[in-house]
Design a protein around this ligand. Structure first.
Ligand code: GTP
Ligand code: MG
Length: 197
């Protein structure tokens, strides 16, 4: 897919405030600092369409972008951010789960996980929740440029082994680097293939 236009539309506090759900939508989700906003910028060939930061917790609202005037790309706040109170964290989780469950035009979630780390409980639990809720998702391993060649592939296999402990079918998995723009075309291919609204 060629990106002709990508524009920021709106930041929303709640799913009810999101732009009209008249176009197919794809959302990026994952732990704070995993690289959601950076990968969105890499895919869109833009430096700071989505705001990035070295400090976790940068994205705090639901951010909608309109791409090629045909579909929405959504940058969600990261989950599992440690430096907020328990109450705030629950509020965040509610914002995210409500958005996912109520946003009818959401076609696919891209769940981002850091390619350098072993499968984390919080991500595995979130994937399980998506499975139970019948939410289609793709797993995206980020920051592969920080690994030696071969290590990312090994970590991907470790992830698959872990998932097969309790999943019968493996979700689609993509190795990416926002730095090197690896995997961006693959994500866009998935979006093209499923963009049938
Ligand atoms: P929150 O909005 O806080 O949830 O974070 P986020 O998931 O949007 O992460 P963000 O894109 O802001 O990136 C976090 C940090 O990781 C930044 O310092 C980025 O420069 C860095 N980063 C993101 N992607 C990559 C990558 O592919 N390679 C490298 N080397 N660094 C990356
Ligand atoms: Mg962000």
């Amino acid at each position: 897919m060629i990106i002709k236009t990508a524009e920021f539309l709106k930041s929303s506090q709640r799913w009810q405030d999101c732009p009209e759900g008249n176009l197919p939508e794809y959302a990026f989700i994952g732990r704070s600092n995993v690289g959601k906003s950076s990968l969105i910028n890499a895919m869109m060939n833009r430096k700071d369409l989505a705001k990035t930061s070295q400090t976790p917790g940068k994205t705090q609202l639901i951010n909608h972008f309109l791409v090629n005037e045909e579909w929405y790309l959504t940058d969600l706040p990261g989950y599992g951010y440690a430096k907020v109170s328990k109450v705030q964290r629950k509020e965040f989780e509610k914002l995210i789960t409500n958005y996912i469950l109520n946003r009818k035009n959401l076609v696919n979630l891209f769940i981002l996980v850091d390619s350098r780390h072993e499968p984390q409980k919080i991500d595995l639990e979130f994937m399980e929740w998506c499975g139970e809720s019948a939410i289609p998702f793709t797993i995206v391993l980020t920051k592969t440029d920080k690994l030696k060649p071969g290590a990312a592939q090994r970590n991907l296999q470790a992830y698959q082994t872990k998932l097969l402990e309790y999943w019968e079918d493996l979700p689609q998995m993509i190795l990416t680097s926002a730095e090197k723009k690896t995997g961006c075309a693959q994500i866009l291919d998935i979006i093209s293939e499923t963009n049938a609204m």
